[in-house]
Design a binder for this molecule. Structure first.
Ligand code: SF4
Length: 153
């Protein structure tokens, strides 16, 4: 089964600051579910942004970096690429990085660059949800594992 995963959770150093967000559980999940095929996405890099880059947040439906420069088009392009990848590979479930203006699910930063969270989804998460894809973030790794075991083992 194909599962879309934020590349930084897989250990790719594609984060805005050149680091990763690798989660330790990922190798065990792979071992326990050999039929899983993780398809990595990094909408920001695939949308044309560089590593490293200035951090971005969503404000008034636009994505701005910390200098106030509008980067919305990069984020929309990245979301479109991720959506196409998901549809082409018949993806039904995704594991995405929490709080990101691209991958974040349910909560994102509020656009003030002060670490304040508000309800909302990142641009790619929104696009994938609209396709009916079930999204988990890395804080929900146990729920993700249970879902995989319950539906695809
Ligand atoms: Fe990770 Fe998504 Fe940000 Fe890429 S866009 S670094 S995959 S959270």
């Amino acid at each position: 089964m194909n599962v879309l995963v934020s590349k930084c959770l897989l250990g790719c150093k594609c984060r805005y600051d050149g680091d990763d967000n690798k989660i330790k559980e990922i190798n065990q999940i792979r071992k326990n579910n050999p039929s899983l095929n993780f398809i990595g996405i990094c909408p920001e890099v695939e949308g044309g942004m560089e590593i490293p880059r200035k951090p971005c947040e969503i404000k008034n439906k636009k994505v701005i970096n910390e200098d106030g420069v509008d980067k919305t088009l990069f984020f929309k392009k990245g979301a479109e690429i991720s959506k196409k990848k998901a549809l082409k590979n018949n993806v039904k479930v995704a594991l995405l990085k929490a709080k990101s203006p691209s991958c974040g699910k349910d909560y994102i930063y509020d656009g003030s660059f002060s670490k304040k969270l508000i309800k909302g989804d990142g641009i790619t998460c929104q696009a994938l949800k609209e396709c009916g894809i079930i999204i988990f973030n890395e804080k929900e790794i146990d729920e993700f594992s249970s879902y995989i075991i319950g539906n695809f083992s």
